[in-house]
Design a protein around this ligand. Structure first.
Ligand code: ACO
Length: 549
């Protein structure tokens, strides 16, 4: 037999069910999915947790269930529990509450309620004054419950382990009267303690709709007072108020114990519930080894921070992308002239036409129909020692040569001796007479804003020397940024020597070109798509087919 639950999690099967499936759906599809489930011969019981199921749908489901010997619990139910065995829906709440209410082992009391919230309250009461719950069901608060209070009371009456039945009704509807009839007809052999809540409704001048769809007093017969009276007259134990329910249960239970009907369940040590890791960590009780260390940002608080600076501050203080780079790469707020320099590098390196290696690759990839990230990455992959990725090496070599006070001749010739091209020197199209505007703009800015430009001046005299060898051996934009960043780091008084060495060693500075050129590469990707350019094929005539090279 299987139970099918609409819109809630299922834990284990009820006694009258052996296996279970669960399936979460919304109220609007509760009818269709419940019918689909009912069509399965192995599914006999469905718990409909969803609230707001149209009454017409519920009526059709009830009719189908009656004809086909199926059972519906709900709609608008928190489910049910068989202590120590099974729970469906959110009934009984957390594992801690289940332990607290002794629901980890069966007692002698059966319980049926319209209200799910009150079920939890009553489980607590039963744990205090009886040997505990055997089985509890919340039938749900809709006007037309799929199974009624009396359906379940009669079922509980037939379970031998249950010796006492507690019923919690509610004003509105006539469901309780079917229980009254069952009691009058002597169909319930076990003591029933009942309370119908909502007696306060009489205090209101006009009709009041309580939380549940079914909880509104219609005629007098539907009032809590009338139903309590009828239940009492039919033989149920009915206290005079809700507060009287707990003592009434206690007295009835003790009498059953004294009469030898109940042999109270022996208490067992409940299974220990491991503490929830996240709350234990939060309360500082435990610590777990971390797998990742991060020092540049924190997203755990009200608002994310970059190097301790809240996002709202970044917006309020009108920070630019240079400031954000300064926070996330260098973990400090650099002076504005520095962050402006970073922004200039980004602006000036964003693109350099369609013919350079990166853009070419991106264009070809875009025309091959690839996605944005592939196009971007194929362009980025060309960035390296020859194209755009010489900033770090330029900074390394210029710093070393300058700090060792090598003359340009000694520096360049020693590099030549090692077979290494001077990083930051040389260009495919720029030359002595065709200067790189980007280099000029960055140099002008640094000369007027940086406290010192000694590394750049060193690069310039190296350039003078290399230009004496060939006119295209100019200080290129990588060499310019590399040498000027050395000046920025050394002269802004915000980095220790060790930190500067680390930045150069790790190689932060190529990141400036990578970041900047991504802007252009993304632009080229979109451009090709907009132009609906076909697959690129390099022309034969542009290839030298030779056997002799
Ligand atoms: N240092 C010393 N000599 C050099 C350098 C250099 N940086 N660059 C070229 N030369 C020499 C070559 O050894 C060659 O001499 P040779 O004929 O005696 O062998 C001559 O100059 C011409 O070399 P080419 O390879 O024709 O130069 P090309 O124009 O192809 O190279 C390039 C341009 C790749 C930029 C080259 O200068 C280089 O490798 N520079 C160092 C890396 C660099 O700074 N890259 C960044 C460029 S800027 C950018 O991409 C944004």
């Amino acid at each position: 037999m299987e139970v099918f639950k609409v819109h809630a999690k299922l834990i284990q099967p009820l006694t009258f069910l052996s296996t279970s499936h669960h399936f979460a759906v919304l109220f609007c599809s509760a009818y269709a999915s419940s019918m689909e489930a009912f069509k399965q011969p192995t599914i006999r019981v469905i718990a409909i947790i969803a609230e707001g199921v149209p009454e017409g749908d519920t009526k059709k489901l009830i009719a189908y269930a009656r004809i086909n010997n199926k059972v519906i619990i709900g709609p608008a139910t928190v489910g049910g529990i068989q202590a120590g065995a099974f729970k469906i829906g959110d009934t009984a709440g957390t594992l801690e509450n289940i332990i607290h209410c002794k629901l980890y082992r069966p007692g002698s009391v059966g319980f049926v309620s319209k209200s799910g919230g009150m079920s939890n309250e009553l489980y607590n009461v039963l744990a205090r004054v009886t040997d505990g719950l055997y089985e509890g069901i919340a039938i749900g608060g809709d006007v037309y419950p799929g199974s009624t209070l009396s359906d379940h009371v009669l079922r509980l009456n037939n379970i031998p382990q249950i010796k006492l039945i507690v019923v919690l009704g509610e004003l509105g509807g006539r469901d309780e009267y079917s229980l009254v009839e069952a009691l009058k007809q002597g169909k319930v052999s076990k003591p029933v303690i009942a309370w119908v809540s909502g007696t306060c409704a009489k205090l209101f001048k006009s009709e009041v709709q309580f939380g549940h769809a079914g909880a509104k007093s219609g005629g007098d017969l539907e009032s809590a007072q009338a139903k309590n009276k009828a239940l009492e007259e039919a033989g149920a134990i009915v206290p005079t108020s809700f507060e009287g329910l707990e003592p009434a249960i206690k007295i009835a239970f003790q009498k059953l114990v004294e009469d030898g009907v109940i042999l109270p369940t022996q208490e067992i040590v409940p299974p220990s519930v491991p503490e929830d890791l996240s709350s234990a960590i939060k309360s500082g009780k435990v610590r777990a080894p971390t797998h990742i260390v991060s020092t540049i940002c924190d997203d755990r608080g009200e608002e994310p921070t970059y190097a301790g600076v809240a996002m709202s501050t970044i917006i309020e203080k009108d920070f630019g992308v240079g400031d954000v780079i300064s926070l996330l790469w260098f973990k400090r707020s650099l002076p504005r002239y520095c962050t402006k320099f970073i922004e200039m590098c980004i602006l000036l390196c964003a693109d350099h036409g369609p013919c350079v290696s990166g853009a070419h690759n991106t264009i070809v990839t875009s025309r091959a129909g690839k996605d944005l990230v592939s196009c971007l990455v194929s362009g980025l992959l060309t960035i390296g020692p020859r194209f755009g990725g010489a900033i770090d090496d330029a900074a390394r070599y210029f710093k070393d040569a300058n700090d060792r006070k090598l003359s340009p001749y000694e520096f360049v010739e020693s590099m030549k001796g090692k077979g290494i091209r001077v990083p930051g020197i040389g260009h495919r199209i720029k030359s002595r007479d065709n200067r790189d505007k980007r280099v000029e703009l960055l140099q002008q800015y640094a000369r007027s804003h940086f406290p010192s430009v000694k590394y750049m001046e060193y690069a310039v005299i190296v350039e003078t020397y290399t230009l004496s060898k060939a006119s295209n051996l100019v200080l290129n934009v990588d060499g310019c940024i590399g040498s000027l960043f050395l000046d920025l780091l050394a002269s802004c008084a915000m980095f220790s020597q060790q930190e500067i060495d680390e930045i150069i060693e790790i190689g932060y500075l190529n990141g400036l070109f990578v970041l900047a050129r991504s802007i252009g590469l993304i632009g080229h990707t979109f451009d090709q798509r907009r132009l609906k350019q076909p697959l690129y094929r390099h022309p034969w005539e542009d290839v030298l087919y030779s056997k002799y090279v």
